[in-house]
Design a binder for this molecule. Structure first.
Ligand code: GTP
Ligand code: MG
Length: 168
């Protein structure tokens, strides 16, 4: 108990990986097959009463031309979710680059999670669970395979982060 802990959380990752869809699923329980590409960034909040945490969420734009804005959103963040698309090898490469950038320039105590999204598209899988898990283990990231579409592991991902936040 005690005061609600506010925690800034940022989502980073390739365009189309499903950052906005994961956030929309988590915050509003919604999913859209034709989710619009994010321009700049979007801000949403979500309270998890059982964890006593209020997430202040920055959903960034994955398009390359917005890359230079990212530090504004990850600076001071308590947590980051780096999202890739399990059907897209290149998106894992982009995720690895984001992890490197956060390790160099982010808050050193940041709780980081890797989300392999679109797990419902198993027939089109291009990244094995083992490859992503190994990368996650080597870099101290939590790893979940998620689907914003079916709601697989979405709550688990954010609950894991909430539980690992340093208590202030
Ligand atoms: P940017 O805002 O451009 O960086 O993209 P984003 O990472 O926010 O991706 P977005 O959430 O807009 O999703 C891109 C497309 O993938 C949309 O058409 C979504 O409907 C679809 N999508 C997102 N998550 C999933 C998922 O888990 N499964 C499936 N099948 N499609 C998904
Ligand atoms: Mg988006």
């Amino acid at each position: 108990t005690g005061a609600l802990q506010q925690a800034k959380l940022v989502l980073l990752g390739d365009m189309g990986a499903g950052k906005s869809s994961l956030v929309l699923r988590f915050v509003k329980g919604q999913f859209f097959d034709y989710q619009e590409s994010t321009i700049g960034a979007a801000f949403l909040t979500k309270t998890m009463p059982e964890q006593n945490v209020k997430f202040e969420i920055w959903d960034t734009a994955g398009q390359e031309r917005y890359h230079s804005l990212a530090p504004m959103y990850y600076r001071g963040a308590a947590a980051a979710v780096i999202v890739f698309d399990i059907t897209n090898t290149e998106s894992l490469g982009k995720a690895k680059n984001w992890v490197k950038e956060l390790q160099r320039q982010g808050n050193p105590n940041m709780v980081m999670a890797l989300a392999g999204n679109k797990a419902d598209l198993a027939d089109a899988r291009a990244v094995t669970t083992e490859e992503a898990q190994t990368f996650a283990d080597d870099n101290n990231l939590f790893f979940w395979e998620t689907s914003a579409k079916t709601n697989q592991n979405v709550l688990e991902l954010f609950t894991d982060i909430a539980q690992k936040l340093p208590r202030t």
